[in-house]
Design a protein around this ligand. Structure first.
Ligand code: FAD
Length: 475
């Protein structure tokens, strides 16, 4: 049996729209300690907004739970009122918008506690990686966080989680040890590999938004406190040559190095460091978590080959790892897409460089084209993880395009589509969920799983959510 298609979700929006004006919101307010908002309430716009301003939820009701029990009540309320349910922590990776349904905003569930004996963290649904990395650092421990600490730890883990320790330790989703889940019928369960092995497997990389609300998660931490990390910035005119050299160099490195090559178009804004402001540059970046002198030596190979314009590689506390990607922290409208490569032929490199590097006198549409070197523990973990498709690929491309004005949205979308079409002969066709957002996430989610894993996920979804109430997630 397969789940109800996400395109035909349950719910009677019109009935609720009328009733929300009367007693329904008041009922939910009586049932939970947290906040409840309907359209027009002060606080509604803030509670539905997330990092990506392109993907806007228009829910009939927003619940901002103050605790785990509020989540249980909110989900039961949705069942009674026949509402679809969506979850938002930070809004960095919104999929199908929660139009007309109940949006559960988990931002207040932000507690984090560390157990240094078991080397695990218990992470609330709304906690960002910043809270986790800061809590773990005093014990010499680190989470498998991605490039930006403002991203939600739970949402990012449910969708994969490819960070700067990835080749050595794997994806964040490989390190989930347990989850407290409120199922779509409002039942709280603790999910482990022994209590609910199928759901446990599904949550580890295919779990964002589709199987209920994870109110907290236990994740394994790794013993990393100091790394050698940074960027070498080169002229963008040399992008093809630098990407080719990176393609040949990176696979020769050990798993202690997770690295990437990128073409970046920095905005001319004050939050960008002066030498990079308004510049288009080719970048070799990464994080070495082994012996620090050995890390310096491998980056010296690049310095000896060609002196960079700017060199920021240095010894860093892992808690300062945001310095590598310098991702934006203020909310912005962006489109994101991705491709996995088994190999990276010259023709594919030329397309990426050409599409990301802005033509003279034109504003860049794609602000970041980053090719991460994968393999190592990321590839080794593929077989047993739900998000198996593509993970054995050697390189992962992420394209990020800013949409400063809604009028250019179609042009941006078309540029990304054309770029993917040009790259089609060279890619595996697999998607990495976390490197998609909005309509792209909805369209590409199935491409993150092999056919066999997709079938297993559909069976689990049918059993856990037969009414497809959580139709906004990736499954
Ligand atoms: C600037 C930036 C940098 C990034 N860097 C990386 C990176 O290096 N590596 C990487 O892997 N990804 C990266 N990402 C992608 C990010 O990991 C995903 O967008 C992720 O989905 C964000 O999770 P969130 O909870 O913060 O966002 P949200 O948009 O709030 O949630 C994302 C998805 O997870 C679901 N979800 C969230 N919380 C729960 C919950 N408690 N229970 C059930 N479902 C839930 C939501 O329903 C939604 O479907 C980056 C994104 C941005 C914008």
């Amino acid at each position: 049996m397969t789940a109800t298609p996400a395109s035909s979700p349950p719910g009677n929006t019109e009935r609720l729209t009328v009733r929300t004006r009367t007693s329904v919101l008041a009922q939910l307010r009586d049932r939970i300690a947290g906040d409840v908002y309907g359209p027009g309430d002060a606080g509604y716009l803030d509670a539905r907004s997330g990092f990506n301003r392109l993907d806007v939820h228009r829910p009939a009701v927003i619940a901002v739970p103050a605790n785990h029990f509020d989540v249980v009540e909110a989900v039961r309320f949705a069942t009674e009122e026949d509402l679809r349910v969506a979850v938002q922590a930070t809004g960095h990776g919104t999929g199908r918008p929660a139009d007309g349904g109940l949006l559960i905003n988990t931002s207040r569930l932000s507690s984090v506690s560390i157990n240094p004996i078991t080397r695990t963290a218990r992470v609330g649904a709304g906690a960002t990686w910043r809270t986790v990395v800061d809590a773990a650092a005093p014990y010499g421990l680190a989470p498998l966080m991605g490039s930006a600490s403002g991203v939600g730890a739970v949402g990012s883990t449910l969708g994969g989680g490819f960070g700067w320790l990835g080749r050595r330790f794997g994806l964040a989703s490989d390190h989930m040890r347990a989850a407290d889940l409120v199922t779509p019928d409002g039942t709280p369960i603790r999910v482990t590999d022994t209590s609910h092995p199928h759901i446990f497997w599904a949550l580890k990389g295919a779990g964002a938004g589709g199987f209920g609300v994870v109110t907290s998660m236990e994740i394994a931490l790794v013993e990393v406190s100091t790394v050698y990390a940074g960027n070498l910035f080169y002229p963008v005119a040399d992008a093809e040559e630098i990407i080719r050299r990176f393609r040949d160099w990176a696979p020769a490195q050990t798993d202690e190095l997770t690295s990437a090559v990128a073409v970046l178009n920095f905005p001319p804004t004050d939050d960008v460091p002066a030498p990079l402001r308004g510049q288009s540059l080719a970048v070799v970046r990464g994080c070495w978590s082994g012996d620090l002198d050995a890390g310096r030596a491998i980056v010296d190979e690049w310095r000896a080959w060609r002196a960079p314009l700017v060199d920021t590689w240095d010894v860093l506390p892992f808690a300062a790892i945001d310095a590598v990607s310098m991702d934006p922290t203020e909310p912005m409208p962006v489109m994101v897409t991705t491709e996995w490569f088994d190999d990276l032929p010259d023709a594919a490199i030329d397309i990426v460089a050409d599409r990301v590097r802005p033509a003279p006198a034109s504003a860049p549409l794609i602000v970041c084209g980053e090719i991460r070197h994968s393999g190592g523990a990321i590839a080794r973990g593929a077989e047993h993880a739900p998000n198996d498709r593509g993970r054995t690929g050697r390189f992962l491309l992420e394209l990020v395009a800013a949409v400063p004005d809604p009028h250019v949205a179609l042009a941006v979308e078309s540029t990304l589509r054309v770029t993917r079409t040009e790259l089609a002969p060279y890619v595996t066709g697999a998607a990495f969920l976390n490197f998609t957002a909005g309509t792209e996430r909805v369209a590409r989610a199935a491409d993150a799983f092999s056919a066999a894993h997709r079938r297993r996920l559909d069976e689990i979804k049918s059993a856990v959510d037969p009414a497809n109430r959580f139709c906004h997630g990736d499954i």
